[in-house]
Design a protein around this ligand. Structure first.
Ligand code: FES
Length: 260
């Protein structure tokens, strides 16, 4: 039996297990993904689009970070995708599950209000800086339900790109890229429909026992317990699809496909 008393010093605890493993892995994955997505949008834009990457010619493979891509380039060379990043970042950044991730993995090193795990103390160095979700910027988390609508639109774009990826110069087919695009669309959809705010649309605060919406709410509620898994599955599948496009684009791998 692990004693659970908290000792009042930085990250002190009597826990004997590797409590630090999960928050550390989550922090590395989250920060790496944020740097990767910003970098490809800002500095490697053309390599992710069939219209501008020679090695993608003959396909309709487009990076999931760019959809919808009207091809606009704004002043200072900033691509349109830079201005649409707010939607996925806003949705994921205010996600209830995501909050748990950064409250446990990143906050503990900058505030006292983010113990990284049960019965583990936070750091004391920055005591008093955190004001909860009552002050900027964390009060913006309350906009999650509105980011949901933007995310639903994004899901439509991802499905569009998935079906678009079945089109090749030789005809309709399925390539490795197509499969990755559909996996991405499926996991993004599962991530969105298991969102707490989405679930609330069908059952929140209203007595609808036995109604159609109540049945949907019950089904979503069963899936909702897996929301965290869908969060990571969706993040990894977006990453995989984008990375694959870039490997193709740079001629590092070849696409295998079947044309019907
Ligand atoms: S709670 Fe995670 S996306 Fe809404």
């Amino acid at each position: 039996m692990i004693p659970l008393e908290v000792v009042d010093k930085n990250f002190n605890t009597n826990r004997q297990d590797n409590w630090w493993f999960e928050p550390t892995v989550f922090a590395i994955a989250f920060i790496t993904f944020a740097i990767y997505s910003l970098s490809v949008v800002l500095f490697d834009f053309d390599a992710g689009r069939a219209a501008s990457a020679p090695n993608l010619a003959g396909t309709h493979y487009n990076s999931p970070f760019y959809g919808p891509d009207p091809g606009f380039i704004f002043p200072f060379g900033l691509p349109f995708a830079f201005f649409t990043l707010w939607a996925p970042f806003g949705f994921r950044g205010t996600c209830y599950y995501m909050r748990r991730v950064y409250y446990r993995s990143i906050f503990p090193v900058i505030t006292t209000h983010g113990p990284p795990a049960c019965a583990v103390d936070g750091m004391k160095a920055f005591k008093g800086k955190y004001k909860g979700e009552n002050a900027f910027p964390w009060i913006l988390n309350n906009f999650h339900r509105y980011f949901l609508y933007a995310a639903m639109l994004l899901a439509i774009f991802h499905w569009y790109e998935a079906f678009n990826s079945t089109r090749f110069t030789e005809g309709i087919g399925i390539g490795i890229g197509t499969m990755l695009a559909f996996i991405d669309a499926v996991f993004l959809t599962l991530y969105i429909i298991t969102c707490h705010a989405f679930r609330h649309l069908f059952g929140g605060g209203v007595d609808r026992q036995g109604s159609f919406t109540n049945k949907i709410w019950s089904k979503i509620s069963k899936l909702n317990v897996h929301h965290g898994k869908f969060f990571w599955a969706s993040l990894i599948s977006i990453w995989a699809w984008d990375l694959y496009i870039r490997l193709l684009s740079y001629g590092i791998v070849s696409d295998y496909r079947v044309i019907f």
